[in-house]
Design a protein around this ligand. Structure first.
Ligand SMILES: CC(C)(COP(=O)(O)OP(=O)(O)OC[C@H]1O[C@@H](n2cnc3c(N)ncnc32)[C@H](O)[C@@H]1OP(=O)(O)O)[C@@H](O)C(=O)NCCC(=O)NCCS
Length: 224
């Protein structure tokens, strides 16, 4: 299991020491980095605004649906995301520092970890950007965190996301029934027995084992 100290990575207060995972385009050219959201990044102008805007524009694709505000995003980062030992969130940046979206990992545990909070915030000239980010993060999960299986959950009607995950090599492993409820101004979907489901779609669990990833994307190891 991993020797990577996730909490220390996020506790970093020096931008020069921030974890940056290089992103390459289809020709292997360096086109940006997945930058770990750490303490040194919290006060970067526009960061919280971008994360809030992107979450609001992608709200229908997540289990908890609410009105994101900058205050709420900052509180979530400071009290939940940064202190957690089992999750890490990255911002997709080009070499000039422009931000294009976020991509995270959660439920990091012996043997497995999950994609989390995958959002394309804005367009760019970099082709297949989210695919390339997925490859980089999978390589880090398998080689850096030493997990054997990558997982994720996605709404079964989210065709764009499923297309991306299929291209990365993920395959559907399980369909979990969902129930929609409104609570305190929020919409929340929960996993329930099939008899109680009312969402009209399921929560798809997808898996990608290291052997399949190595077979499908042999170049990822070389590039990393
Ligand atoms: C799922 C998702 C990350 C897939 O992104 P993707 O691989 O870029 O695929 P899309 O079909 O969305 O986009 C196709 C093209 O449209 C463009 N595009 C995508 N999102 C864009 C945006 N927000 N603004 C401008 N252009 C965009 C890109 O140029 C992309 O081409 P590329 O692959 O050459 O970069 C993206 O659709 C998204 O953020 N969806 C909402 C959040 C979501 O569903 N997350 C997953 C939850 S499990």
């Amino acid at each position: 299991m991993t020797q990577v100290d996730i909490v220390s990575l996020k506790d970093n207060a020096d931008p020069a020491r921030r974890l940056r995972l290089p992103i390459r385009d289809d020709n292997g050219r360096h086109v940006g980095d997945l930058q770990c959201i750490d303490r040194s990044m919290l006060d970067e102008p526009g960061l919280i605004d971008d994360l809030t805007t992107w979450r609001n524009q992608s709200m229908p694709f997540f289990l908890s649906q609410f009105n994101a505000t900058e205050e709420r995003t900052r509180r979530w980062l400071e009290t939940i995301s940064l202190p957690a030992a089992d999750r890490i969130l990255f911002v997709i940046c080009d070499p000039g520092g422009d931000r294009f979206g976020n991509f995270g990992i959660c439920n990091i545990q012996p043997g497995s970890a999950e994609f989390d909070n995958v959002i394309r915030g804005r367009g760019s000239d970099i082709r297949n950007l989210m695919f390339q980010c997925g490859i980089v993060l999978l390589e880090w999960m398998f080689s850096g965190l030493e997990v054997e299986t990558a997982e994720l959950h996605v709404f079964s009607h989210n065709e764009k996301a499923i297309a991306l995950y299929n291209r990365l090599g993920f395959a559907a492993a399980e369909r979990l029934p969902l129930r929609r409820a409104e609570e305190e101004g929020m919409v929340k979907y929960s996993i329930v027995d099939r008899s109680e489901a009312n969402a009209g779609f399921d929560y798809l669990r997808m898996e990608l084992a290291i052997a399949r990833f190595r077979q499908a994307h042999p170049a990822a190891l070389l590039i990393a």
